[in-house]
Design a protein around this ligand. Structure first.
Ligand SMILES: Cc1ncc(COP(=O)(O)O)c(C=O)c1O
Length: 384
């Protein structure tokens, strides 16, 4: 068996050949003109992908570091905030808020469902004294494969001054995102998902309004001080030694996305989602998310009674070199997740479905070989 792996997980993703090539470039001085040029191009590409004119700050950390930065720079101890959770990463945002002493109210929706804008907007409308300083939410909840209507929150909150803080770690590039048109204040993402680069860099867009709040924020912060990062950005640098090699990868990957066109890249993710869902339904299996909120980045599949995630994941990996993800949180023992984010071909999805059929059959699940692939092909033929 070759050592090529089909990476059907929701990040990190496989890397395109030009990204891999870029990673082997010699080191440059991170305080020199070459690196400035690289970072300027990355930020310009990211502004196109984020659809924003806001500043974008690059941090050397994983996505969670930037989630932390999005709290510690904008909310003081005791500030009220609404944290919307529809799964594992919503809970993570809530935990970060708790660690910093934010007076966070958790609006906890059922795993597998999207946020209900009416419930969130009613909370904001009731806050006539404008005590709520921020609304914090996931754009795409990777743990369940659900995609939130953050536009409804950002636009529906009207003149309520709460900052909108968005975790777009697994959505940037995969879900439609209009940072400026929707008025999103702080949007966090990371290098290793739809951006098709290695893990190691995270990004955060900050609106003018949010910068003003950061300037008066009294929290102690050092590594994640975005005001300091903004000063260094003016001279094309970062406060600390950045992940230079990952930056090479991000530059190559973002050039690809800009060349393809962000809307086309997002549309590709939706087609992949629809093909996966058609294939899974063809197998007779249940999907966790409803059609109207199903993630274009990852699909969560409920396993038949008696079959455990490892019964599927292990043979998929050892027999076919196909890596799929397990479930998370309360769905850990009953679901698997197929990622369809970043660099991949439609053929990878068909291969995954074909192998999944064999593995399910070997686990005693009754099916006609080819039923999942055929359903996926049928949908694909209609769309192509
Ligand atoms: C929606 C979401 N938020 C945050 C994170 C955390 O990112 P990281 O693992 O890079 O810290 C992830 C990672 O999968 C994610 O999917």
């Amino acid at each position: 068996m070759s050592d090529f792996q089909y990476f059907m997980i929701p990040g990190p993703t496989q890397l395109p050949p030009d990204v891999l090539g870029a990673l082997s470039a010699p080191m440059v001085n991170h305080r020199g003109p070459e690196f400035k040029e690289i970072m300027d191009k990355i930020h310009s590409n990211l502004q196109t992908i984020y659809k924003t004119k806001n500043d974008i700050i690059t941090l050397t950390c994983s996505g969670s570091g930037a989630l932390e930065a999005s709290i510690v720079n904008f909310l003081n101890k005791g500030d009220k905030a609404l944290v919307i959770s529809i799964g594992n990463f919503g809970q993570r945002y809530f935990t970060i808020c708790q660690k910093y002493g934010i007076d966070a109210e958790l609006i906890d929706f059922a795993w597998g469902e999207a946020l209900d804008p009416e419930i969130v907007l009613a909370k904001l409308a009731a806050d006539t004294k404008h005590e709520i300083k921020a609304v914090i939410m996931q754009h795409n909840e990777t743990s369940t494969g659900v995609y939130n209507n953050i536009k409804a929150i950002a636009e529906g909150k009207k003149d309520h001054p709460a900052l909108t803080i968005v975790d777009a770690v697994s959505s940037l590039g995969a879900c439609p995102l209009e940072t400026d048109a929707w008025g999103l204040d702080i949007v966090v993402s990371a290098s290793q998902k739809a951006l098709m680069a290695p893990p190691g860099l995270a990004f955060i867009s900050v609106s003018e309004r949010a910068w003003k709040i950061a300037e008066s924020c009294t929290n102690n912060r050092f590594y994640f001080d975005l005001l300091n990062a903004r000063e260094f950005k003016k001279i094309g640098q970062t406060p600390f030694t950045p992940s230079v090699t990952v930056a090479y990868g991000v530059l190559a990957a973002t050039e690809r996305i800009v060349k393809q066109g962000i809307d086309n890249y997002v549309a590709e993710h939706f087609l992949r989602r629809d093909v996966v869902r058609a294939g899974i339904r063809g197998l007779g299996l249940q999907l966790l998310a409803d059609d109207d909120c199903a993630s274009p980045a990852v699909t969560t599949i409920l396993l038949p009674e008696g079959i455990k995630p490892e019964d599927i994941r292990e043979p998929m990996r050892t027999k076919f070199n196909i890596i799929i993800a397990g479930g998370m949180g309360k769905y850990k023992d009953t679901t698997i997740r197929i990622g369809h984010i970043g660099f991949m071909n439609m053929g990878d999805i068909l291969v995954t479905l074909a192998c999944l059929e064999m593995v399910l059959k070997q686990n005693g699940y009754e099916l006609e070989l080819g039923c999942g692939v055929a359903a996926a092909q049928k949908l694909l033929m209609e769309k192509l």
